[in-house]
Design a protein around this ligand. Structure first.
Ligand code: 13P
Ligand code: SF4
Length: 357
């Protein structure tokens, strides 16, 4: 079963340090910040545009989205919201695959992003030609691809999943007797495999942010905070996941902070999430899981360098000029729509089942 596929056959898709930018967060004086936020809100109204932001983006962007009828959420819900919104222009604060997903689901809408260089190491580590050739070698397998991939890779897939839906989708496929190619995140793949026991071959990509959490240092931190609950995103390595009280998507992590009776939480995901966690569970204490320590190489240290490219200044510029529009080839849109819609329908059915139970 599973990752018995010889790993030597996978080219090394680890990013080189020069491919990972420094995490640069915009620092503004109070007056400039206020002026920019006001201007952005005016521009959103004037252009009948809606701001959809990921939990990992700057807190000010999340505030603007919340205050202007926009939306802050995880990648699945961002796609769902964009699909349901009436607005002709969506401004997606996040990374490029999120903008592309919005375009695929809403080809008639104008999709803008503050910075088109906002990539994702998982997307970068899964080039479509190599991936497609790999899939061709395994025609008997269902291709399940994480949302953190290019539109072209999505177009090659049978199913798209997010961290919040991966286990349920793969469990469903296993019940149908299907064998799976999983891409690109090897850690999330290992976690899904362990949870479902499905027959999966795992592409060897990784998230440069979640990969940096350090297991030994986490053990020490837990000793210092014995009552803290540990909340982990499944893109983290298995040694981190093993120490978790909850392994979940970004939304699941925020919900756990609300629902658990604990006062302290150690959080192994991007630090951008703390804004919503504090809002959801005021008075509780959130501690970053350690990224420094033996073997530390990170430039991002618990904050995604590409998410950090979404700044107030760039957002204002994008709205002023219409720059940074996302375009996706219509053929790719047609093909990629199928597996994305499959996920959205599946998620809707799951919600209905949960509601009926
Ligand atoms: P979510 O699907 O939970 O939003 O996560 C996306 C992501 O990029 C995590 O690193
Ligand atoms: Fe990609 Fe990791 Fe950044 Fe998420 S946190 S966008 S998976 S690089």
């Amino acid at each position: 079963m599973n990752a018995t596929y010889p790993l030597a056959e996978f080219p090394d898709y680890r990013l080189t340090p020069s491919q990972i930018p420094e995490t640069v967060c915009e620092i503004l004086d109070a007056t400039t910040r206020k002026v920019l936020m006001k201007r952005i809100k005016q521009l959103l109204i004037k252009q009948n545009a809606i701001l959809v932001a990921h939990y990992y983006t700057d807190a000010d962007l999340q505030l603007i989205a919340d205050e202007t009828g926009g939306y802050v959420s995880d990648s699945l819900d961002m796609a769902r919201f964009g699909n349901e919104s009436e607005s002709k222009t969506l401004v997606v604060c996040g990374v490029r695959f999120m903008g592309e997903t919005a375009k695929i689901l809403n080809p008639e809408k104008r999709i803008l992003m503050p910075d088109l260089n906002a990539e994702c190491s998982l997307d970068m580590g899964c080039p479509v030609d190599d991936f497609s050739a790999f899939c061709d070698q395994h025609p008997d397998r269902t291709i399940v691809v994480y949302a953190n991939t290019s539109a072209e890779v999505k177009a090659r897939a049978d199913w798209i999943v997010t961290s919040g839906s991966a286990v349920d989708v793969v469990r469903h496929l296993k019940r149908q007797g299907e064998k799976i190619i999983w891409a690109p995140d090897k850690y999330l793949g290992e976690y899904v495999l362990e949870q479902t026991g499905a027959d999966m071959i795992l592409w060897q990509g990784s998230c440069v942010v979640h990969e940096e959490f350090k297991a030994m240092e986490l053990v020490e931190l837990r000793k210092q905070h014995p009552n803290a609950k540990v909340l982990v995103n499944p893109e983290a390595p298995a040694q981190i996941i093993r120490q978790a009280d909850v392994v979940s998507s970004t939304t699941g992590i925020i919900n756990a902070a609300k629902e658990f009776d604990a006062l302290e939480f150690i959080v192994a995901t991007d630090a951008g999430i703390f804004h919503k966690m504090q809002e959801a569970a005021p008075g509780k204490v959130f501690i970053e899981a350690p990224t420094a320590g033996k073997g530390a190489t990170c430039k991002s240290c618990a904050h995604c360098p590409w998410m950090a490219m979404n700044s107030l200044s760039k957002l204002a510029y994008t709205l002023e000029t219409g720059a940074n529009e996302i375009f996706v080839d219509p053929d790719i849109i047609e093909k990629a729509t199928v597996p994305i819609k499959r996920l959205l329908d599946f998620a809707k059915n799951q919600q209905q089942l949960a509601g009926d139970a």
